[in-house]
Design a protein around this ligand. Structure first.
Ligand SMILES: Cc1ncc(COP(=O)(O)O)c(C=O)c1O
Length: 414
């Protein structure tokens, strides 16, 4: 039997910050959190905010709650808990990884980065130039703002050590075929580092199936607390030099790659994301899977169908509006894309638009969203940037209509 559609009323009842008087569409900047997360953080702080390494019962309780958060983050990726580092943010996790990998690189080794990615998966790698590395840029097709494997192949050679790219752009919402590109990179003898930040709120991620070496996402954009998650294949994590104190053993993963250790209450709060996904599974399926990875996958299948309808609704409207210049593919039915829409409006500065939208009850953003390279590559002035409306599964078709009506009105007035 086909699963029921996502029950929006049920979904929305979990998010205390949601309010029908306004529509939140800056989710790619940071999503709202369900009450399960708020309660898990609050419970940790009220009941067991102690040093979790101690032996007292209260410390064991703290440790157990942090492990539950770690297990949730791992299950969201189909990884083992010790393969997952919960650090302060994706940017900081990439920095830690780049510093750790640095000592294994030789002069003139090459790293491929893209002009599609957010700076988080660019800046720390490009800086390795200062250490004798050669940086090659895999560039988007300026017409589609997409990366093509045909332009990656000539960049790969026997000196290539790492290829850094994203699962999905935080500007265009366009997905990259991670598995295929990873296979190409592995065949060339190099590793991949995937920025999954813009994709993780929308689909279930399976790092084993993708066969990636490193994969990162930000919990605070995936309905959780302000943290970043970094997966690495166990053999890579074991072989990287530790970045914490000298007495942390080289097999002490993931801790040795998390200088300062994870934030305690927020790691515990991450279990609240799992509790939310579990509640959705229980609500929509008579027999949710007993395995967390499969359960989350079931829920994300519902989310994908719901979001794909939102995408089609917005893209069909945009296709009829020639003043809207969407970055990336315009057409509806673009399977696998995230409901993140960035555009400029002919004859209007992007920076003006968020305030005009806010006066009509819509929260959206404008700027380069720390991905200026793709704007420049597609001929957009990165100083003015794009308007970005980024949706997640708690957004509704009515909200998309509210957005398109607001944009119609704004364009009619200018
Ligand atoms: C695609 C993408 N990657 C990385 C980041 C950086 O994440 P963090 O804030 O966790 O460092 C962002 C943040 O906007 C992003 O959108």
């Amino acid at each position: 039997m086909a699963p029921p559609p996502l029950d929006s009323d049920y979904v929305r009842s979990f998010f205390p910050a949601l309010n029908d008087s306004w529509a939140f569409m800056e989710n790619a900047g940071g999503s709202l959190v369900p009450h399960t997360v708020i309660e898990a953080v609050s419970a940790y702080m009220s009941e067991c905010q102690v040093q979790p390494g101690d032996n007292a019962a209260i410390a064991r309780d703290a440790r157990q709650r942090m492990s539950a958060g770690q297990a949730t983050a791992a299950a969201m990726l189909n990884a083992a808990p010790d393969e997952v580092i919960i650090g302060p943010s994706t940017t900081r996790n990439v920095q830690t990884l780049a510093i750790a990998m640095r000592s294994g690189f030789r002069e003139n080794d090459e790293i491929v980065v893209t002009n599609l990615d957010h700076e988080a998966n660019n800046n720390h790698w490009r800086r390795l130039r200062e250490h004798g590395l050669r940086i090659r840029e895999w560039q988007v097709n300026p017409e589609t703002a997409e990366l093509e494997s045909g332009t990656l192949e000539p960049l790969l050679n026997e000196r290539t050590r790492l290829v850094c790219f994203s699962h999905c752009s935080n500007i265009t919402g366009g997905p990259n075929p991670v598995r295929e590109i990873t296979a190409l990179v592995h065949a060339a003898g190099a590793q991949v580092c995937i920025d999954g930040v813009a994709m993780a709120p929308h689909v279930s991620i399976d790092v084993r199936e993708l066969d990636v070496d490193y994969y990162l996402f930000s919990l605070y954009k995936t309905f959780g607390p302000h943290l970043g998650v970094m997966y690495g294949k166990r053999e890579h994590l074991l072989s990287l030099p530790g970045q914490y104190f000298h007495f942390h053993a080289e097999d002490d993963i993931p801790l040795k790659l998390n200088p300062g250790a994870p934030n305690h209450e927020l790691t515990a709060g991450t279990a609240g994301v799992g509790a939310y996904l579990d509640a959705l599974a229980g609500h929509h399926f008579n027999e949710p899977s007993s395995d967390a990875v499969t359960r989350y996958r079931q829920v994300f299948d519902l989310i994908r169908d719901h979001e794909s309808a939102l995408c089609d609704r917005f893209l069909s409207w945009a296709a009829d509006h020639s003043r809207i210049r969407l970055v990336g593919r315009r057409r509806a039915g673009n399977a696998g894309r995230a409901p993140t829409f960035s555009f400029t409006i002919d004859g209007m500065a992007s920076q003006r638009v968020p305030a005009l939208l806010e006066s009509r009850g819509i929260v959206a953003g404008a700027g380069d969203f720390y991905a200026p390279r793709v704007l420049e590559a597609t001929g957009i002035d990165s100083a003015d940037g794009v308007v970005r409306c980024s949706l997640v599964h708690y957004n509704t078709a009515d909200e998309v209509d509210r957005l398109t009506m607001a944009l119609d009105a704004i364009m009619a007035e200018s």
